[in-house]
Each structure stands twice: as structure tokens, then as C-alpha cells.
Design a protein around this ligand. Structure first.
Ligand SMILES: *[C@@H]1O[C@H](CO)[C@@H](O)[C@H](O)[C@H]1NC(C)=O
Ligand SMILES: *[C@@H]1O[C@H](CO)[C@@H](O)[C@H](O)[C@H]1NC(C)=O
Ligand SMILES: *[C@@H]1O[C@H](CO)[C@@H](O)[C@H](O)[C@H]1NC(C)=O
Ligand SMILES: *[C@@H]1O[C@H](CO)[C@@H](O)[C@H](O)[C@H]1NC(C)=O
Ligand SMILES: *[C@@H]1O[C@H](CO)[C@@H](O)[C@H](O)[C@H]1NC(C)=O
Ligand SMILES: *[C@@H]1O[C@H](CO)[C@@H](O)[C@H](O)[C@H]1NC(C)=O
Ligand SMILES: *[C@@H]1O[C@H](CO)[C@@H](O)[C@H](O)[C@H]1NC(C)=O
Ligand SMILES: *[C@@H]1O[C@H](CO)[C@@H](O)[C@H](O)[C@H]1NC(C)=O
Ligand SMILES: *[C@@H]1O[C@H](CO)[C@@H](O)[C@H](O)[C@H]1NC(C)=O
Ligand SMILES: *[C@@H]1O[C@H](CO)[C@@H](O)[C@H](O)[C@H]1NC(C)=O
Ligand SMILES: *[C@@H]1O[C@H](CO)[C@@H](O)[C@H](O)[C@H]1NC(C)=O
Ligand SMILES: *[C@@H]1O[C@H](CO)[C@@H](O)[C@H](O)[C@H]1NC(C)=O
Length: 669
């Protein structure tokens, strides 16, 4: 009979080293960024390579000989900022166009930030030789390709071209790579996805005075359009804020934050930008407790969204979870309670919320006893119970516990489709949505392990070559909702399915397809792999850097690294890695309490785990047993010498560990 030996070794405390795997970080190391390659050129011209990184200063100038001569430069990744030109000509006119995707490279227009038209070029009228910088409100929020075109009649010569990188405005230029977290495994696809998620969230962190690229008030309220584009709307207080998209909309959206915030927490721990964004939503809270669909100026449109209202409440809980800042929670508690009560008022005699405000993540048919909305409500009520305990508000905690229990009791019999293995969208349809099924698992509404596995299996069965579909949104692929689906597969312990989804959808398609930026994640596309996102009429409008598409970053840390923060900033934690087909993983991050890390390997029949957690914290380790073993003998630590059984999922749990450094070895003999 095969037996396992598990040894527990307490290691001496070692000072935390600098964050490793620096070479994967996509953020620039300085705010001055130059192109790395030539993507295209047109018309008579010379010395196009003179403006590339590494060639500068070459003493040579790019010369665009005649009207319409152009060069398209490639920065190798999505970047953001203000274009600068050092011109040696006496006169002339230079056009500059931008695009995130190579699909929209053009010398006459940029990709789009607004509705159904593309953006005009940025024009520099040259009146003397020297340096020209784009005006401050002509910051371009995201582009990989930049085309310079001669719009004059004579020769035009340019000695230098660079972009002043503007994302993460509150960090020093030489600190843009100062991550607090890392992830590395033996699968480079997963590593690249983790770092691209981290960088995407940096690119959508902007100067709050440079918000709103879509001229919302003009286009939506006033039904007028501006033919030009500019970034000059102040959307939050402070010096940095978290938005949805780098190119557009550059607005605060609470739904997007529900994916972006856990990703930021394990990569840069940029809490202030999250806080400025949340504050901008709460200053708009109505007397009835209702929170806006999005921040200013979109809030002026007056759209109400039940789910985004809840996501703003989730945002406060997430901020507290990762910061442990109780004074912030205290300051928001009255507003949080009134927001929770506004949502609770949508619950009718059945115990379920009947959704009458259809706005959501741009899916369709969001009404009635919708499973996504009720699952998010269930989840938020449970967060409310935790927060109410911290705020010593037992009346609220008891009331919300009853409401949550009623939702669970009513939703499952009304909406579960046993023969399909998925929930239906609402009481009048058989359509099985991606969002509601993922949220039913993520929220804990579904408690039966077999039902969780059924949902995960049925969602996987629908995957196409480009990812997981969202039938509730005209079969779009939504990297936002797929982030929640990814959590579903991990929660089902179907690690192989989860890793396949990251590899196929986020790495093979969203990074490696030549139409992508190979650095940041697109907001949505079609199941056929076309860069068409159902809600938008104009394909160049799609954002290629959207924080809501970064789900794998936090999931890889949480489930594969296995590091779970259970209470404020990690006062309590659990470390329970999921192995899948991986052999080596090294993950970590810091909170205000200190460093959390998990480094593991499977070599032959030996599983080895080294962890670090801060002094003063307590936690639990869940050790996977390799192969099909269900029993282990513990030869070290608190369980010294005891024969222990793995749980149903083949894991041995060691509770009550004090923060510190440990090594565990599980080996067959
Ligand atoms: C300018 O060049 C582009 C190719 O870069 C071409 O498609 C376009 O027709 C040209 N425009 C004019 C007015 O020659
Ligand atoms: C533009 O500059 C060139 C010299 O670079 C000069 O020959 C030409 O006359 C100037 N054109 C005008 C309109 O000033
Ligand atoms: C450049 O010159 C053109 C033609 O004189 C003018 O219409 C345009 O407003 C000028 N643009 C800028 C940015 O100065
Ligand atoms: C940021 O990183 C740079 C380069 O690694 C380092 O010199 C600097 O001390 C770091 N700054 C902070 C605040 O950690
Ligand atoms: C609405 O449109 C009118 C006319 O185009 C313009 O004068 C006004 O400033 C616009 N108002 C807003 C809020 O954009
Ligand atoms: C933004 O720019 C437009 C066009 O230049 C101007 O009309 C508007 O007043 C500016 N808004 C702010 C807040 O500066
Ligand atoms: C910015 O701060 C001021 C002063 O505290 C406050 O009145 C205002 O509502 C805040 N605005 C936003 C968008 O957070
Ligand atoms: C949900 O509310 C709407 C609007 O008040 C109402 O028309 C509908 O009948 C309600 N649905 C149910 C199932 O009660
Ligand atoms: C119920 O779900 C279906 C499918 O998503 C949708 O077409 C329908 O509009 C929804 N019902 C309501 C009341 O929103
Ligand atoms: C997945 O594994 C965890 C940890 O062993 C366990 O608590 C949970 O019940 C499992 N979930 C399912 C759906 O089997
Ligand atoms: C994408 O970026 C990675 C580095 O992150 C690089 O190794 C790879 O060659 C790039 N792929 C393409 C197609 O440029
Ligand atoms: C685990 O058990 C299954 C089913 O009995 C078997 O197919 C598989 O080979 C076993 N795996 C290992 C690593 O022993």
C-alpha cells in the first residue's frame, strides 16, 4: 500500500527579497517611450529607422518627402501619452494618427473613442524648427501604432519622436515597474497573461483631469457630436483614478472594478486610485441610497443599474478587504447600509429581486427574477453581514442573513434547469446565461459540489475556438464575464478546465493574435474571433485595454498560487494551491501587513510547498495529495506522526498556523 509522508519544517525568518521575475513586467521603466519597429510606410521617404528606440540619437532625421508620405511606428505594446516631435524643417504640417489594433492603421484617421465615427488625426502646424508636444488634452489613452504623415507640400524632417507616458500619473517615472506582487510558473503563457493583466490595470489608471474620452454629455444628453476628440473632463478627486478603459470611456465603472481591483491588489497594490474612484461614485449617491451606473459625467445621463449599484457596494468591501482600512469603512458605512437597503427594496414576496432597471454590462434581457442580479445580490448581502459584524451592527447582519437565505431558497427551485446543468436567465426563458451561472457559483448561492461541477462542465461544453460565449449578449465573448467563469472552474476544482481557458482565450487569442496589442486585454469580441463587439456599431471603437478583462491575474494568484486573503489585509488567510498540469509555481504579493507568498513544485511523486505570511496573522494550509492518494502520514508540525485523510477533493488541511515561513513536503514512499 502506498503511503504519503508529509513533513512540516519551520524555517528561520528571512528578509523579503526584491520582487522577482522583473523581466515579465510590461510597464515602461521611464516615462519617455520610443517606437521599437516600423509597421508600414507609404510614399517617398528616407531614414525611417532613425526614430526607433536604440537608434536615437542617430544624428539622422526621418524625411517625409511629399504630401501623404507616412511611416507607421510600432511601440511593441500598448502605451499611453503625449506625442512629442523634434522637427528640423522650417515649416509644414504633420499629421499623427493612433490605433491600438493593427486593423485600424491609417494615415488619415485614428481608431475611435466615440460612437460611429473614427477620430481625426492630431495635427502639428510647423512654424519653426524645434520641439512640438501634443496639447495636454490630446493625450491618447492607448495605442500601439502611431503613424506620422506629411500633410504639407514640402519635405518634412523629424529628428526625434517620443511619447511622454501618462498612465499611473501618481508614480514616479522610474517606479512604474515597482510591483508588489509576482507570478511565475513553468507555463510561460500563464506568466505572460498575469503580467499583461497587471499592465492593463496600470494603463486604465489615469490622471482624473483627463477623463471621459467619449464626450458623453455632448453625445448622449445633447445628441450632438464632436468631430474632434480630447481628454479634459475631471472625473474624480485626487491625482490618479481607476477607470474602465485606457482609450475609452475613461470613466469610473463599478462593474469593471469588481475584476480590476483584486488584480491590482496582487500586482501593484495601488489602493489610492481605487479609493478616488469609489469616492466619486459615493458622492453621487441619491437620498434613497441609489448609486450611479457610472461616475461623472456619465452619471448625468441618469441610467440606473441594479447590478452596478451592487458592484459599487462590492467595491467598498473589496477596498476594505485588501487595505484593512477600517476608518475608511466607518466613513462609508452609513452610505453602504442605505445602498444595501435600496437594493433590498427590489425584493418582492417571493424572496427574489424583480429587476426593473435593465442596464448592466451591455448584455440584453436583464429583467425579472434574473439569476445574475440575484446572485450578485446574494453575494453583496453576505459581504454586508461581514461588514456589519465589523461595524457591530447585529440588526443589519441578521436582517441581511435572512434576505440572503430567502434568495437562495427561492432562486434554485425557480431557475435551476437540472437537465441542462445550468440556471436559466429568468422565470420566462430557458436561455442559460454565462453571467448568472458564473455568479451563482462565485457568490456561493450554489452550495452542492455536484451542482458546481455540473455548471462548470456545462459552461466548458459551450467554448468555441476563441473562448467562452455569453449567449445573454448575442453570443459575444466577454472577457469580463469570462473572468467570473474562470473563477467558477477553479471553485469547481476543475483546474485543467480553468487553465485551458486562460491559455486558449487570454494567451493564444487575446495576446498572440496579430490584431491584438500583445500586452493589454480587449473588452469584447465575437464568438467567431472577429474584432466586433455586439453592443458597438463601429469596430474601431472597441477598447484593447480594459480592466474588466484582467480576471486571470487575481485568479492565478488566488487559486494556482493558492493564496487567499480571508479577512482585512490578510489578518487571516488560507493557502491551498491547485496544481492542474503544472510542475512549478511561485506567487506572492504584499499588503499593509507584509508579504504573502506561495512557492510549490511537483517533482515525481513529491509535492513541496514553501510559504511566507506576515507575523501576527493566522491561517490554514490546504495541501493537495499527488495522484489519487486519499491518505497521508504527517511527520512534522502540529499533526506530527498522525495519519490524516484528505477531504473529498483530496486535500489535507492544517489549521491554526501563525504567520511566518514554513515548508511542507508531501511524498509517496
Ligand atoms: C495617402 O496614403 C494612403 C496610404 O497610406 C492612401 O491610402 C491614401 O489614398 C493616400 N491619400 C491621398 C490623398 O493620396
Ligand atoms: C518652408 O521652408 C523652406 C525651407 O525649408 C523654404 O524654402 C520655403 O520657402 C518655406 N515655405 C514657406 C511657405 O515659408
Ligand atoms: C493648422 O493649420 C490649419 C490650416 O491653416 C488650420 O486649419 C488648423 O486649425 C491648424 N491646426 C493647429 C493645431 O494649429
Ligand atoms: C522602485 O524601483 C526602483 C528600480 O528598481 C528602485 O530604485 C526604487 O527604490 C523603487 N522605489 C520604491 C518606492 O520602491
Ligand atoms: C448642447 O448643444 C448646444 C448646441 O450644439 C451647445 O451650445 C451646448 O453647449 C451643448 N450642451 C452641452 C451640455 O453639451
Ligand atoms: C474641454 O475642451 C473644450 C474644447 O476646447 C472646451 O470647450 C471645454 O471648455 C473644455 N472643458 C474643460 C473642463 O476644460
Ligand atoms: C471632491 O472633493 C470635494 C471636497 O471634499 C467634494 O465636495 C466633491 O464631491 C468631491 N468630488 C468627487 C468627484 O469625488
Ligand atoms: C416585476 O416588476 C415589473 C414592473 O413593476 C412588473 O411588471 C412585473 O410583473 C414584475 N414581475 C413579477 C414576476 O412580479
Ligand atoms: C428573460 O430572459 C430572456 C433571455 O435573456 C430575455 O430575452 C427576456 O427579456 C428576459 N425577461 C425580462 C423580463 O427581462
Ligand atoms: C474544491 O476543493 C475545496 C478544497 O479542497 C473544497 O472545499 C470544495 O468543496 C471543492 N469544491 C467542489 C465543487 O468539489
Ligand atoms: C509578444 O510579447 C512577448 C513578450 O511579452 C514576446 O516574447 C513575443 O514575441 C510577442 N509576440 C509577438 C507576436 O510579437
Ligand atoms: C487515478 O485513478 C484513475 C481512476 O481509477 C486512474 O485512471 C488514474 O490512472 C489514476 N491516476 C494515478 C496518477 O494513479
Amino acid at each position: 500500500m502506498m503511503q504519503l509522508v508529509l513533513t512540516l519544517v519551520s524555517l528561520a525568518v528571512v528578509t523579503a527579497a526584491a520582487v522577482p521575475y522583473h523581466q515579465y513586467i510590461l510597464s515602461p521603466s521611464s516615462r519617455t517611450v520610443r517606437p521599437v519597429a516600423i509597421y508600414a510606410q507609404h510614399g517617398p521617404l528616407t531614414s525611417e529607422a532613425a526614430l526607433l528606440e536604440g537608434h536615437h540619437p542617430s544624428g539622422q532625421s526621418l524625411v517625409l518627402d511629399v504630401f501623404n508620405s507616412s511611416v507607421t511606428y510600432d511601440f511593441g505594446k500598448n502605451i499611453a501619452g503625449l506625442v512629442n516631435l523634434d522637427v528640423t524643417s522650417q515649416n509644414g504640417s504633420i499629421g499623427v494618427t493612433f490605433t491600438e489594433s493593427s486593423l485600424w492603421v491609417s494615415s488619415s484617421v485614428c481608431d475611435a473613442t466615440a460612437g460611429t465615427w473614427d477620430d481625426p488625426p492630431l495635427v502639428f502646424n510647423i512654424t519653426s524648427p524645434g520641439s512640438y508636444e501634443a496639447p495636454r488634452d490630446k493625450e491618447r489613452g492607448a495605442f500601439r501604432y502611431l503613424t506620422v504623415v506629411n500633410l504639407g507640400t514640402g519635405k518634412l524632417s523629424i529628428k526625434d519622436l517620443w511619447v511622454h507616458f501618462t498612465a499611473m500619473p501618481h508614480w514616479e517615472g522610474n517606479e512604474l515597474q515597482n510591483y508588489t506582487g509576482w507570478f511565475h510558473s513553468n507555463d510561460d503563457k500563464l506568466n505572460r497573461v498575469w503580467y499583461a493583466g497587471a499592465y492593463t490595470n496600470q494603463l486604465v489608471t489615469i490622471d482624473p483631469t483627463r477623463g471621459d474620452a467619449i464626450n458623453v454629455i455632448g453625445v448622449i444628453i445633447n445628441h450632438s457630436r464632436s468631430d474632434d476628440w480630447r481628454l479634459n473632463t475631471t472625473i474624480t478627486n485626487g491625482t490618479s483614478t481607476l477607470t474602465d478603459g485606457a482609450k475609452r470611456d475613461r470613466l469610473v465603472w463599478s462593474g469593471d472594478m469588481s475584476i480590476a481591483v483584486p488584480g491590482i491588489a496582487v500586482t501593484t497594490l495601488d489602493l489610492i486610485s481605487i479609493r478616488n474612484a469609489l469616492d466619486s461614485l459615493f458622492v453621487l449617491q441619491s437620498a434613497t441610497g441609489q448609486l450611479p451606473y457610472a461616475g461623472y459625467p456619465f452619471s448625468e445621463v441618469g441610467i440606473v443599474s441594479f447590478t452596478y449599484h451592487l458592484y459599487a457596494l462590492i467595491g467598498i468591501a473589496n477596498y476594505y478587504h485588501w487595505s484593512g482600512d477600517q476608518s475608511y469603512l466607518d466613513s462609508k458605512w452609513a452610505g453602504w447600509k442605505s445602498g444595501m437597503e435600496w437594493a433590498a427594496q427590489q425584493i418582492d414576496a417571493t424572496g427574489l429581486a424583480n429587476i426593473t432597471t435593465s442596464a448592466d454590462w451591455l448584455r440584453f434581457g436583464m429583467g425579472g427574477y434574473n439569476i445574475e442580479a440575484n446572485s450578485i445580490l446574494f453575494y453583496t448581502l453576505n459581504l454586508g453581514i461581514e461588514l456589519a459584524q465589523i461595524e457591530k451592527d447585529t440588526i443589519a447582519a441578521d436582517r441581511w442573513a435572512q434576505l440572503a437565505s430567502d434568495i437562495q431558497g427561492a432562486a434554485i427551485p425557480l431557475l435551476w434547469q437540472p437537465s441542462v446543468g445550468l440556471f436559466r436567465d429568468n422565470e420566462t426563458t430557458t436561455l442559460a446565461p454565462q453571467d448568472g451561472n458564473a455568479w451563482a457559483v462565485k457568490s456561493g448561492l450554489v452550495t452542492s459540489p455536484s451542482q458546481v461541477v455540473q455548471i462548470s462542465t456545462a459552461l466548458q461544453a459551450r467554448w468555441g475556438p476563441f473562448g467562452a460565449p455569453a449567449p445573454e449578449a448575442a453570443d459575444a465573448v466577454s472577457p469580463f464575464i469570462s473572468g467570473f467563469e474562470l473563477e467558477t472552474h477553479f471553485m469547481a476544482n476543475r483546474t485543467d478546465a480553468a487553465l485551458s481557458l486562460v491559455r486558449n482565450m487570454w494567451a493564444d487569442f487575446m495576446l498572440d493574435d496579430p490584431r491584438m496589442t500583445n500586452s493589454t486585454f480587449i473588452e469584447g469580441y465575437s464568438v467567431t474571433g472577429e474584432l466586433h463587439y455586439a453592443p458597438y456599431a463601429n469596430d474601431p471603437r472597441i477598447s484593447h485595454a480594459h480592466g474588466w478583462s484582467t480576471g486571470p491575474t487575481s485568479s492565478l494568484t488566488t487559486f494556482v498560487g493558492g493564496i487567499q486573503i480571508l479577512s482585512n489585509a490578510g489578518a487571516t488567510w488560507a493557502i491551498a494551491p491547485q496544481l492542474g498540469d503544472l510542475s512549478h509555481v511561485d506567487a506572492g504579493f504584499s499588503t499593509s501587513r507584509g508579504l504573502f507568498s506561495s512557492k510549490w513544485s511537483v517533482v515525481g511523486n513529491v509535492f513541496r510547498l514553501q510559504i511566507t505570511t506576515p507575523k501576527g496573522t493566522t491561517g490554514t494550509v490546504g495541501l493537495p495529495l499527488p495522484g489519487n492518494h486519499t491518505q497521508a502520514t504527517v511527520t512534522g508540525g502540529p499533526l506530527r506522526g498522525a495519519a490524516v485523510d484528505g477531504d473529498a477533493a483530496g486535500r489535507v488541511w492544517i489549521d491554526g498556523l501563525q504567520g511566518g515561513e514554513y515548508e511542507f513536503v508531501v511524498s509517496g514512499m
